[in-house]
Design a protein around this ligand. Structure first.
Ligand code: ASP
Length: 460
């Protein structure tokens, strides 16, 4: 069985909904269809979830709700009309939204916001199920409440209660036909609607894939496959081949450095259950997409992708004979721990220790205090914060045991006059990381792309 998830752009209008139905019907294994709320139809458009947030804000602020309510209802009404569905669908959605709005007084603001946001996916799942029926295909809407999608934690940032798996897999142990399931939300133990973070329909799909031990979790979006680097930086990557297969480890490393494949949290359930993930294009369903799997055949000396993430800074601490001082590193980290700063990497020299942290945790106005605490604790010879760093990440299982991979990257950067602030490679050898000044990012990514994927270079 396959669980397939369709994002908002795949369901933005009636033509897209019909494509989704064609895709599902083309493969009888596609039995569980997880849907997002309708997304943007064009770059100037607004996602239904954002319209719902505006509606909830208007209601909370005591403003007029009729205009923002009509904006949401109109989106569904036009999709339903174009699909020639019964008028009752749009009327039912309006009634549903008015029913939710009526809970405003009784709920805390965050609870009310989640109740409203969840309406996007919930109503869309009902609409898509009706669209299947209108085409003479049996499909039914399944409710997260009835199937046991129990969430915990904060509203708007909820996580799955792990006990849900038993109930979810029971709910899907023996079902007929196609089920359309709303993504993005579930219910707390005391029956309140709670949502995952934004983009959370991916999480729902991943959870269901794990719960039913799916053969594959298909995630339909609007790209043919995952590109080996950011096409906004290297335009020509679109002309080349996408990544056909990558491992969970490779995906994790790439998404750490800002690869927009998935947010890591979204795929944890599928990864833990070892379910292969297939990223595919709703607008080009014949393209095989990118498979993400536990292990793959690896060509030695090849890489799968090059990622870059901005917003890092580096705390540099130097002290003569530091290497002989037991506990130096622990005390340095303790200063950061006490300040609530999580660290990313810790490259070191003989008498120097660097701690790379995200700039958001060490904004300029905190710097003075943190450096003072480091001075007081460790009496270093020198301490400073280097800012505006970008992490470049070169990733590929094929790099293991292959000499010269890092040399190739260094040469490529040297050839465009870029100096490196830090280099870091874990012993897994599945990636290495190079810190550079953020102003050099685009040139660096281009240079690395040409070095590893340019003409005459390896292809994975
Ligand atoms: N509709 C929600 C959002 O826009 C969830 C999703 O699409 O995955 O964030």
């Amino acid at each position: 069985m396959k669980v397939c998830k369709f994002g908002g752009s795949s369901l933005a209008d009636a033509a897209q909904v019909n494509k989704v139905i064609d895709i599902v019907l083309a493969d009888p294994a596609r039995r569980i269809v997880v849907v997002s709320a309708p997304g943007k139809r064009n770059s100037g458009d607004t996602k239904v979830t954002d319209l719902l947030i505006a509606l909830a804000d208007a209601a909370q602020g005591g403003g007029d709700v009729e205009a923002p309510l009509a904006a949401v209802v109109d989106r569904y009404a036009s999709i339903a009309a174009d699909l020639k569905l019964d008028d009752a669908i749009a009327k039912g959605i309006e009634a549903d939204l008015r029913g939710r709005l009526a809970h405003r007084e009784a709920l805390a603001p965050a609870e009310f916001m989640d109740l409203m946001k969840a309406a996007g996916e919930d109503n869309n799942a009902k609409l898509v199920a009706a669209a299947f029926e209108a085409r003479g295909k049996k499909a039914r809407y399944a409710s997260p409440r009835d199937t046991g999608m129990v969430l915990k934690g904060e509203f708007g940032d909820a996580t799955l209660d792990p006990d849900s798996y038993t109930k979810l897999s029971k709910a899907f142990s023996n079902f007929e036909g196609i089920v359309v399931y709303p993504g993005f939300f579930g219910y707390t133990k005391d029956g309140k609607v709670a949502t995952f973070p934004r983009g959370g329909s991916d999480i729902t799909g991943s959870i269901l894939a794990a719960a039913v031990c799916a053969d594959v979790y298909e995630n339909f979006t609007d790209v043919d496959s995952v590109y080996p680097c950011d096409p906004r930086i290297v335009e020509e990557v679109k002309q080349g081949e996408g990544i056909p297969t990558m491992t969970y480890r490779e995906m994790r490393e790439l998404s750490y450095a800002g690869f927009g494949v998935f947010n890591d949290d979204a795929v944890i359930p599928a990864v833990k259950a070892r379910i292969p993930i297939n990223i595919r294009n709703t607008n080009h369903p014949s393209a095989p997409g990118t498979m993400i799997v536990q292990s793959r055949r690896v060509v030695p000396g090849t890489v799968v992708g090059i990622a870059s993430a901005d917003g890092f800074c580096n705390i540099v601490v130097e002290k003569y004979l530091m290497n002989r001082q037991i506990g130096f590193g622990r005390r340095l980290l303790q200063v950061l721990e006490e300040a609530g700063i999580s660290y990313e990497h810790m490259p070191s020299g003989v008498d120097s220790q660097c701690v790379v942290v995200k700039e958001q945790f060490l904004p300029k106005d905190r710097e003075h205090k943190i450096l003072a605490a480091i001075r007081a604790e460790l009496a270093p010879d020198f301490v400073m914060v280097e800012r505006d760093l970008t992490m470049l990440m070169v990733v590929g299982e094929g790099m293991c045991y292959t000499p010269g991979m890092l040399a190739k990257a260094c040469l490529a950067l040297a050839s465009v006059g870029i100096s490196m602030s830090m280099v870091n490679q874990g012993s897994s050898e599945v990636s290495f990381m190079i810190a550079i000044r953020s102003q050099d990012r685009d040139a660096a990514v281009r240079a690395l792309y040409h070095a590893f994927f340019g003409k005459g270079q390896q292809a994975t």
